[in-house]
Design a protein around this ligand. Sequence first.
Ligand code: AMP
Length: 261
Amino acid sequence: MVEQASSLTGASVSACSESAGGALAQPTAHSVSSVGHAVTPGPILLLGAPGVGKGTQARELMRLWAIPQISTGDLLRANVSQGTELGLAAKEIMQCGNLVPDDLVNRMVAIRLAQPDTLNGFILDGFPRTLPQAHWLDAELAVRPGALPIVAVSLQVDYNLLLRRITGRRNCPVCQRIYNVFLQPPQRDGFCDVDGAALVQRADDTETCFQGRIGNYQSLTAPVIEHYRAQGRFAEVHGDREVAAVAAEVISAVERMRSGA
Ligand code: AMP
């Protein structure tokens, strides 16, 4: 399985991952550009509930610092769609947003982190999601030669907006563009503006699944936030603003934490 996963882990590194639900999914014209270049970013964790905008912000940081976005959701979905052993094991579990076992996800992340494009840093989006995953990651990075310490940014968005972002999200299966039927609808209902493909909704983006995902988040992932808060090098950023405004704050938080201020 490791070999199969290995061949897939590079496939979707910079592909779309969880977006903020459409309104925030596309880069803005006045996106970040003039700050942050001087910093060696190192390992960055983007933490927060489903729909908070981790994927969107990860792509902003990726563009600025030329480091990979590593979305465990994307990597798992790639494994599912390619029918790998990992994908077969994960498929049912992911159907409504339950968490894939730690050892499977950790192994997948280990393979991805071993790729050379992670040397100057990387953005983890959707990982760690449990305390055992966090402890595993801490131990893994501790033995990585020359690795900078982790910096963690937790994004926060009001529950009702999260619900709209998740349940309104629609994806183009062809170009991967993300829309939101409430916040950023396509020009023609149900079809992609770019290529006219019929938009699809992720099976776990329904309201019922959202409740379960938030429940998992509160019981399993919220302790991860406390773990990194307690370690220092931790910042909280409000995600209910324009992409560029949120990104500017995330970037200055990372720079501040990297400079030890
Ligand atoms: P996401 O795209 O981040 O919402 O992830 C989609 C789904 O993949 C989640 O609902 C989980 O089923 C699974 N998943 C993603 N990341 C993890 C993780 N770190 N641990 C366990 N399961 C995960």
